[in-house]
Design a protein. Structure first.
Lengths: 259, 434
């Protein structure tokens, strides 16, 4: 195998509507690694996830994002995706009138840069669906339209499984799920984790880490990564809570921050 | 004030192919109306969105077509324009001002179905044509319907006797390739009691310098009949299309219509359903896609005269470049139309800053025991949705196409006949890939 794909975030500062949310982020995620990015609401985790994918409305004011050694800071989201990045959204969007199958096949062709017959694609899709326990009915429905919270998140993971990115950012894929849905989604992700996939798992809670063991854990507060460590850091946080860590680090509580 | 010259004069009228006496009388009367009526002014409510004040009525009144013995004798390009719709019970092709060929499944002819050139029908079946021709759309309605009444040649007559069910769709293509010409497509449909039929009107041409399509569609329905009417307007640029479509729904009629508008430089189409007897149901779907400097003016009317009728309208349009589209719809509930259930929805996607769409719903309700609603929206493709698709590697322009196709899918999902659905989907794809 060639050198693992690497996502590098260097000294990144970013603003939303003129308000600075990210205040200097440094982070390296390699293919094959699982990084958990944790932090309280409003710490900037989701902003980081979206900035890495190039979401419009998020302005990079300083620093760069590199992927496979190339600067992607100014690339469009679709170019980033075609280079092997993926973002599972916290709030997946409805696309009326476009079936999951059609959507996925279009995305597959775009990402892989190759044609695939409807039949061959169905076969590939079936395999991935079986892996994740997704039923037929879901893929024939219109993307996210009328989906339950669990179905929306499973659909995100199905897309991840089909598009086979090298680095995937999972933005609070565990939020808004009941225990059963969480288990299903989390075991799905666990199946995909391996040497070919690097994951940046953005989460507020420790519970998803019962299914997916991170190699690295980072804690974000007030737009900065304030602590990094191994998986034990997640357990430490669970016992302590973010509040105590904040005090330890001597950070002031912020009012009115957004994610 | 200058008197504009026109090619539509007495001499031109005299040169038209001879017609049966009742048609000649209609022509004469319509011509008088044409001379008397003004070009509709933007000062009137009905025409406020379309400016025809500068229109010179100097089109060739009659343009010959190439007649064919059968469908094999029709030009390849024309057959292609008819669309790759699957099985058809009949196909008629009008080339410019003349019907070139007309084909009907002999089994249906044996059951009494008539599908032919309106001029032929007027000669052979005057008892069926005379009471219905211009009964729903009087020639005196506007200067253009009067012009139509005076100069129409060709057209389609479809008659389905009581109780006869026509399974496969019938279609007429009007093909125009005579630059500078005026054509007057006329579709006259008469459906008997408890009969069933699907009919597709298709208008197509290459891009032209200048041409006029002045069209009339009249749909007469017998009690409890099921009628599906589809029109697909794919005129080339340069064509001005002015259409009036009016259907009268008898007791328990189920009428489903689809209007697809893609072509022409300027298209103004009025579509009207009159729910004249109890228990009738009218569905009106519309799909349009405007680009370049196209101007679309769609007006609809759901006229509830009788009690306990249902009508549902959904028009969806997309606009690109510097195009302009106006949708204005009326729901009328007359005093006696209690238990009316009427809905009207207009949705527009605007894909360019220079394009402009308006949606103007109007309700006029004169009975309290009704359920009526309307909804309208005009806006760009949501950035959220675009980002979602782009984050999956789909380039922005392709993402936009996919979203717009999905937007139209809601209408496609409601088209009951598969051949028709596929035909419309094909037309949308063609438009999107331009």
């Amino acid at each position: 195998m060639s050198e693992p794909a690497t996502l590098e975030v260097r000294g990144l500062r970013a603003s939303v509507e003129g308000k600075e949310i990210l205040r200097g982020i440094d982070l390296v995620v390699r293919q094959g690694e699982v990084h958990a990015l944790m932090g309280p609401n409003g710490s900037g985790k989701s902003t980081l996830a979206n900035v890495i994918m190039g979401r419009p409305g998020y302005e990079v004011t300083e620093g760069r994002i590199l992927f496979k050694g190339e600067d992607i800071t100014d690339l469009s989201p679709d170019e980033r995706a075609r280079r092997g990045l993926f973002l599972a959204m916290q709030y997946p969007v409805e696309v009326p009138g476009v079936s999951v199958v059609n959507f996925l096949r279009t995305a597959y062709r775009a990402v892989k840069g190759e044609e695939i017959s409807a039949l061959a694609f169905r076969k590939l899709l079936k395999e991935r669906m079986a892996l994740l326990g997704v039923d037929d009915a879901m893929v024939n429905r219109y993307v996210n339209q009328g989906f339950s919270g669990g179905e929306k998140k499973r659909n995100e993971i199905l897309q991840l499984a089909v598009l086979e990115p090298e680095i995937a950012i999972l933005d609070e894929t565990d939020s808004g799920l009941d225990i059963d849905s969480l288990k299903q989604v989390a075991t799905g992700i666990a199946q995909l984790v391996g040497p070919n996939l690097g994951v940046l798992l953005v989460t507020h809670y420790q519970r998803i880490l019962n299914y997916i063991t991170p190699d690295h854990v980072h804690v974000m507060m007030q737009g900065r990564i304030v602590r990094s460590g191994g998986k034990e850091l997640a357990h430490e946080l669970e016992t302590k809570g973010y509040e105590e860590l904040r005090r330890e680090l001597g950070l002031e509580e912020q009012v009115g921050a957004t994610t | 004030m200058t008197i504009a010259t026109t090619t539509f004069d007495e001499e031109a009228l005299g040169r038209l192919p001879a017609a049966p006496p009742f048609v000649e009388a209609l022509r004469k009367q319509a011509f008088t109306e044409f001379l008397a009526l003004p070009i509709p002014s933007q000062d009137t409510e009905e025409w406020r969105y379309t400016d025809l004040s500068g229109l010179e009525l100097t089109f060739t009144p009659f343009a010959a077509g190439v007649r064919a013995e059968n469908l094999d004798g029709v030009d390849e390009a024309i057959l292609r324009a008819a669309g790759s719709v699957g099985e058809r019970a009949g196909l008629q092709i009008q080339h410019n001002s003349e019907v070139a060929v007309s084909h009907l499944d002999p089994a249906l002819a044996a059951k009494g179905v008539i599908f032919t050139d309106l001029d032929v029908a007027a000669r052979e079946h005057p008892e069926l044509v005379e009471p219905h021709l211009h009964a729903l759309v009087p020639t005196s309605r506007t200067k253009f319907t009067a012009l139509h009444g005076a100069f129409r040649t060709g057209g389609t007559f479809l008659y389905v006797p009581d109780g006869v069910v026509v399974e496969a769709p019938l279609q007429t293509l009007v093909w125009l390739d005579a630059d500078g010409a005026a054509v007057f497509p006329h579709t006259l449909i008469v459906v008997g009691e408890d009969a069933e039929v699907t009919f597709i009107d298709r208008y197509a041409s290459p891009d032209l310098e200048r041409a006029l399509s002045d069209a009339v569609v009249e749909i007469h329905t017998g009690p409890a009949s099921r009628v599906r009417y589809v029109s697909i307007q794919e005129w080339g640029s340069g064509v001005i299309h002015l259409g009036v479509q009016r259907a009268r729904l008898a007791r328990d009629v189920d009428l489903r219509s689809v209007a697809v508008g893609f072509g022409a430089s300027l298209a103004r189409v009025e579509s009207e359903s009159v729910l004249a007897e109890p228990g009738a149901s009218s569905e009106m779907l519309g799909v349009f896609f405007a680009d370049g400097r196209q101007h679309f003016d769609h007006r609809t009317e759901q006229d509830h005269v009788a009690p306990a009728c249902h009508s549902d309208l959904l028009y969806k349009g997309a606009l690109r470049d510097e195009s302009r589209a106006v949708y204005s719809g009326w729901v009328h509930v007359r005093p006696g139309a209690r238990k009316t259930d009427a809905m009207q929805t207009s949705r527009n996607i605007v894909l360019s800053d220079r394009a402009k769409a308006d949606a103007i719903p109007n309700l006029e309700i004169e009975n309290n025991d009704v359920r009526c609603g309307h909804a309208a929206s005009v806006g760009p493709v949501e950035e959220e949705t675009l980002f979602y698709l782009q984050s999956r590697g789909i380039p922005r322009d392709e993402a936009e196409r996919l979203i717009v196709f999905g937007f139209f899918q809601e209408v496609l999902d409601r088209i009951p006949v598969e051949e028709v659905r596929e035909g419309v989907a094909e037309a949308i794809e063609r438009e999107l890939s331009r």
